[in-house]
Design a binder for this molecule. Structure first.
Ligand code: CDP
Length: 225
């Protein structure tokens, strides 16, 4: 029997807009499976670079992507992508090289197609492990992956504040350039989806953002903590 109270929460937003920390906190609070689709695009980018593919080689990207075996490993409440039996560690997917290439690879429709069913399939992973729902973050979750999600949020923050947050994580990352590429691509561009609640977190701390979103979720799902 499927649980009618199972909820899907979509969180979209630009680079370093606070999606991951917000999603992680909400997944703990409401017992939701946390799916960071940016880490999927990063994992694929690392793999395709390793295979020697250029980020404009659409045919090569399609061929290699179709041969990959996708699976999911749980790390607490977080879904980690396994490709060909391996979880590619953060040390390999958060490098300057991946940061510089990921938005170029993510603009290739063949790569997005290859990840579509896998991303939607995370609902089954969440249900089969007894989660009360799924919180998925990315750029096209409320628009393409789950346009009928129960909740859709779009996080903003001033670019200077976002660059400061990324630098504080010790990463070399051109977030404005990635945002430009993500917003202007033809397939699944970054934009606030119809009906989404927009939140500007420039002057809010994590707790305040989590409280704002929790208020909305609480109507459907009492928190577990
Ligand atoms: O570093 P940050 O957390 O801001 O980005 P990310 O969520 O790790 O995503 C890295 C890149 O993957 C983005 O800049 C997009 O180019 C791409 N991406 C996408 O195209 N669609 C998604 N649903 C998620 C990420």
């Amino acid at each position: 029997m499927t649980d009618p109270s199972f909820i899907i929460v979509a969180i979209d937003g630009g680079a370093a807009s606070g999606k991951s920390s917000t999603s992680r906190a909400l997944s703990e609070k409401f017992n939701l499976l946390h799916v960071d689709t940016g880490s999927f695009y990063r994992t694929m980018t690392a793999e395709l670079l390793r295979a020697g593919l250029a980020n404009n080689d659409c045919a090569g990207i399609a061929t290699v992507s179709q041969e990959i075996d996708f699976d999911t490993k749980l790390d607490g409440r977080r879904a980690q992508m396994k490709i060909n039996g391996r979880v590619v560690p953060d040390s390999e997917i958060r490098t300057a090289e991946v940061n510089a290439n990921v938005s170029h690879f993510a603009a290739v429709p063949e790569l997005r197609d290859a990840l579509l069913a896998y991303q939607r399939g995370q609902v089954d992973v969440a249900r089969s492990h007894g989660f009360r729902g799924l919180i998925m973050e990315g750029r096209d979750i409320g628009s393409v992956i789950f346009p009928d999600a129960d909740f859709r949020f779009f996080l903003h923050a001033d670019p200077i504040e976002r660059a400061r947050r990324r630098a504080a994580e010790g990463q070399t990352d051109s977030i404005t350039e990635r945002d430009r590429l993500d917003r202007t691509r033809k397939t699944a561009p970054l934009a606030s989806p119809d009906g989404a609640t927009d939140i500007d977190s420039t002057f809010l701390n994590l707790e305040q953002v989590v409280d704002l979103l929790s208020e909305k979720l609480r109507d459907r799902l009492p928190p577990t903590t």
